[in-house]
Write a new protein. Structure first.
Length: 477
């Protein structure tokens, strides 16, 4: 395999097949194309956990009792090398919603969307919600939004017919922000509340209600649970006082939050069974980033949320679509959250805007074994430190994975929140060194140079469309 990059990074991408035909073509041979017509267009549920560590779930060798997600892995496809687009929530969600690298939008989108950073603009950056709506779907978002924290734009403005959720992580029982007591639970933009009810129970309830609503249209649900993100609270003790996420002694409570998350997912699956629509529902379970450093379990990976070591970006990822996908398959090729957007669109016959093509690929042909992903396809990551209202904007880390190899750059910190343009470089072979313990940069200089050039090329491409860093402007979280 050549180590020298050539041409645009788009040369590594499959042509984006975003019609329902590719999904139907993946049906078992016993089903003809005619039998899989428009009336067979699938329902789609994209479930996103918040800060769920790679090494938590039973099906990933973890200690937490997660029978529902373990069952999904047995009934579908479990990815061993699934990546979030970013190690922090807001940029990860912006990328998932749009199917594009946050670096394309501008530097403020490469860190948490707070401290004066602008909202994700639905006109400039169309979301999968709008695309699926345009494709004839009923669309709903239940749970965490987090991409419009400055002006608190509601998910309805981004193509979702219905939204019950919140902007910023809140107390699971009072539904108020811990920092200032601001109420943060809404129904279609209007304040809404069920005091004392676990937040994720509310979102599962809403998803079940939406599933049971009779309609000729298929549905797309973006179900973005809050757990196991802090505040660390006992899901079995109403109004439990939030606990310190930095104290490892509170891990047993985090475990209970993950187990409750599993049960809420199970309730949604039961609704699909009750309605007789489970077989033709594409279900995806993922996390927005890795688990918290002090309390979560990301093993056997190194690192955690916030950083570009594997523990910050590699996450659980499970697909189930009984009418199309094989059962019990373990898929080991590297894939990214950007691929989830393209896959959802392909299943639903949705298309991105011509000037905003996806950066990911439709995974259905690969998951069914009809095609293989390009071995040389690179996945890129970049993490900035941004505080817009203070004018802080520096690259902290950047990385590229290609095949088994990963190059990671870490920039030199010169002051709190400020990083120089100089960086250190490490190279890992993830096939033999999953914990990123053995730096091979010195012994594989050609590989290091080639991946560095590929990363430079990607960064240059991102800069072509990135909006300028805004003048400092104080705002909400």
């Amino acid at each position: 395999m050549s180590e020298k990059p050539r041409g645009s990074i788009s040369r590594y991408l499959f042509p984006a097949t975003t019609t329902a035909a590719i999904a139907f073509a993946c049906l078992p041979n016993s089903a003809t194309q005619a039998e899989a017509g428009e009336d067979r267009k699938p329902n789609v549920i994209l479930i996103l956990a918040d800060d769920l560590g790679y090494g938590e779930l039973g099906c990933y060798g973890g200690p937490v009792k997660t029978p529902v997600m373990d069952r999904l892995a047995r009934e579908g496809v479990r990815c061993t090398d699934g990546y979030a687009a970013f190690p922090v929530c807001s940029p990860s969600r912006s990328a998932l919603l749009t199917g594009r690298y946050p670096a394309r939008y501008g530097s403020t989108y490469e860190d948490y969307h707070g401290a004066g950073s602008p909202d994700l603009d639905p006109q400039k950056h169309p979301t999968i919600g709008q695309m699926m709506k345009d494709a004839g779907y009923r669309t709903a978002c239940f749970g965490k939004w987090n991409v419009a924290n400055l002006n608190r734009r509601r998910a309805n403005n981004y193509g979702f017919d219905t939204w019950v959720g919140f902007h910023i992580n809140h107390d699971f029982y009072t539904h108020k922000l811990i920092a200032n007591g601001e109420h943060d639970l809404f129904r279609d933009g209007q304040p809404f509340d069920r005091p004392g009810v676990w937040s994720d129970t509310i979102f599962a309830d809403e998803a079940i209600r939406f599933i049971r609503t009779k309609s000729e249209k298929p549905f797309f649900i973006y179900l973005s649970f809050q757990a196991p993100h802090d505040p660390i609270q006992d899901p079995d003790v109403p109004f439990d006082k939030p606990r310190d996420k930095k104290n490892p002694a509170n891990r047993p409570t985090l475990v209970k939050m993950i187990e409750r998350l599993d049960r809420e997912i199970g309730r949604v699956l039961q609704a699909l069974d009750d309605e007789g629509i489970a077989t033709n529902t594409l279900l995806i379970v993922a996390s927005d980033n890795g688990g918290e450093p002090k309390i979560a379990r990301n093993l056997p990976l190194a690192g955690a949320k916030q950083e570009l070591r594997e523990g910050g970006i590699r996450v659980p990822l499970i697909f189930r679509w009984s009418a199309v996908l094989p059962q019990g398959k373990v898929f080991s090729a590297p894939v990214t959250a950007l691929d989830l957007t393209a896959t959802v669109a392909a299943a639903g016959g949705a298309t991105p805007r011509a000037d905003k093509p996806f950066d990911g690929v439709n995974l259905l042909p690969a998951l069914t074994g009809q095609q293989t992903l390009a071995a040389e396809r690179p996945l890129f990551f970049r993490r900035r430190f941004v505080v817009a209202w203070q004018g802080l904007n520096s690259i902290w880390q950047s990385a590229v994975r290609q095949g088994d190899w990963k190059l990671l750059r870490t920039y030199q910190q010169i002051a709190p929140g400020r990083f120089a343009a100089t960086y250190s470089t490490v190279l890992y072979n993830l096939k033999t060194d999953l914990a990123e313990a053995n730096d091979l940069a010195a012994t594989h200089p050609e590989r290091t140079t080639a991946l560095g050039q590929l990363l430079d090329q990607w960064e240059a491409e991102m800069s072509q469309t990135a909006e300028p860093f805004p003048m400092p402007k104080e705002g909400k979280q």
